[in-house]
Design a protein. Structure first.
Length: 256
């Protein structure tokens, strides 16, 4: 999808706020055609944090969460490709499997494990949700199309547009919309299978695929879709706003 005409959304009054909550973000690791290994992140993730009044703080692999996490107010785990630790048969990748590079997988899971034990508000988007679920003891549907009977478009086909479909939201997350049906976008071939112990399902698509879930207290939340790519996504943006507001409260406690 071309990004050359993308303009950052307005961050409203947040730019004038000297006490914006610090929201950590992980990054992708990639090998360029030249062979150079780089870190990268879709700018829409950091813009999403800015739009909702947070200050994005970006961490490459190699940074230990326990050394920097206490200076943060919240964390957003970004999306990406597949985690090898999700495979039930390590020597037999499922269809459409594209693994993240090992340095990213190691870093993402280190952050996920640390965040689960922390007191920070956390949001995982797409692969970020899956990292939280795996670190918390859940598992994944390794390939929706080969494991489930579904007529819902969950992934981009070739070079097409990101599909959209409805989800049933149960309204069990404070500060977010009441129960109802919401339209979201979708760009994944894996999904949450068994949720971790003491977690709850928040949203499902019509084929039963879990589209959002959280821990029992709602501190760690994950969505399978991409609010950063859909400005009109009322549900997704309410969940992001909830993260930043919880981080703002956390910052007040941290600095008191």
């Amino acid at each position: 999808m071309p990004e050359t005409n993308y303009s950052a959304p307005s961050s409203g009054s947040a730019a004038a706020d000297p006490e914006k909550p610090k929201i950590g973000l992980n990054v992708d690791v990639a090998v360029e055609d030249s062979g150079r290994i780089v870190t990268r992140m879709n700018i829409r993730y950091s813009d999403l944090v800015l739009q909702h009044g947070g200050l994005p703080v970006i961490f490459p692999p190699g940074v230990k969460p326990e050394e920097v996490g206490t200076d943060l107010d919240g964390f957003l785990l970004i999306g990406g490709d597949d985690y090898r630790c999700s495979m039930k048969k390590p020597d037999s990748p499922p269809p459409r499997f594209v693994g993240v590079l090992p340095r990213r997988e190691e870093a993402d899971l280190a952050w996920a494990r640390w965040l689960l034990e922390s007191e920070l508000p956390v949001l995982g988007i797409c692969g970020g949700l899956q990292a939280l679920v795996l670190a918390a003891g859940g598992d994944l549907v390794e390939d929706i199309e080969s494991e489930l009977e579904s007529n819902v478009g969950h992934r981009v086909i070739e070079a097409g547009e990101i599909p959209r479909h409805d989800v049933e939201w149960n309204g069990q997350l404070s500060g977010c919309p009441d129960p109802g049906v919401f339209t979201i976008n979708s760009s994944h071939h894996q999904a949450v299978g068994r949720i971790p112990e003491n977690w709850q399902v928040l949203a499902q698509s019509t084929d039963g695929v879990i589209e959002a879930c959280s821990d029992a207290g709602g501190r760690c939340v994950g969505v399978q879709w991409h609010p950063e790519l859909m400005p009109e996504d009322q549900l997704g943006h309410s969940i992001v706003g909830r993260l930043v507001e919880a981080a703002r409260v956390r910052r007040g406690i941290r600095l008191a």
